[in-house]
Design a protein around this ligand. Structure first.
Ligand code: SF4
Length: 248
């Protein structure tokens, strides 16, 4: 599978004034790491966008979308692309993780942001639930998509969270890894079904848990079965190191 040719037409300068809905940004003032997936342990900056198109019961960032519990006026602000690029450029850290919520809800506004970050010498990883296919303007050298389809065991109706056309678009991009949250060995069977049906590779498995004890217990319960399938395995470093504190 070959990756699409990089886009060579850059957004007009004025698009740097576009504003995106942000929940929080962190990693400059208090340094941290990418906590999950292929770049786990790498120094990283985070831009967490507000809003999501799913409603997972086990979501640990409900302040990005659950307005029955949180006030969107308190939990989100509009920030210009220029402001976000300048914020990231103020740090020597190379990796910028754009997460959510579901960041690709705002993907047309993110084109100038991603271009600005790449021009500033950054690499970009999107954390996405895999329900929205990426527009070609975001499928670029220096950009990776960490795609996390949500299983029924995560408290989400798979009729909404598994979108075959979007998953296959990510797979065809050549710039995606597929990172599944799993809480039991039974989840691994469902992951295998999805990976086989939609040709998703490489597969990464991440243990569910928002405490060090839970992550450790699930890691130990899954390790042999993940290894037997020759899949990749990641921890949740921010949970182990920072007790899942917000802004770390
Ligand atoms: S897709 Fe992610 S951000 Fe959205 S509700 Fe599910 S866990 Fe939360």
């Amino acid at each position: 599978m070959t990756a699409p040719e990089p886009i060579t037409v850059r957004p007009a300068t004025g698009e740097a004034e576009h504003r995106v809905i942000v929940a929080e940004s962190f990693g400059v003032e208090v340094p941290t790491f990418q906590g999950e997936g292929p770049s786990c342990g790498h120094p990283a900056l985070f831009i967490r966008l507000s809003r999501c198109n799913l409603t997972c019961a086990k979501c640990d960032t409900k302040y990005t979308w659950d307005w029955s519990r949180f006030d969107p006026r308190m939990e989100s602000t509009k920030r210009s692309v220029a402001d976000l690029v300048a914020w990231a450029a103020s740090s020597p850290v190379e990796l910028v993780v754009i997460t959510g919520g579901e960041p690709l809800i705002q993907q047309s506004l993110l084109v100038p942001l991603v271009w600005g970050l790449l021009d500033a010498g950054k690499k970009v990883e999107f954390e996405t639930n895999g329900t929205i296919a990426p527009i070609p303007e975001l499928v670029l050298d220096g950009v990776q998509f960490n795609v996390s389809p949500k299983l029924a065991s995560f408290g989400m109706d798979e009729a909404k969270s598994v979108v075959p056309a979007a998953l296959e678009a990510f797979a065809a991009s050549g710039r995606a890894v597929f990172k599944f949250v799993a809480s039991s060995v039974a989840d691994l069977d469902r992951i295998a079904e999805l990976a086989n049906a939609h040709r998703l590779a490489p597969v990464w498995v991440m243990p569910e848990g928002t405490t060090a004890e839970a992550v450790t217990a699930t890691t130990q319960a899954l390790a042999d079965a993940v290894a037997a399938r020759h899949w990749h395995f990641t921890t949740r470093l921010h949970v182990l190191a920072f007790a899942d504190a917000r802004g770390r």
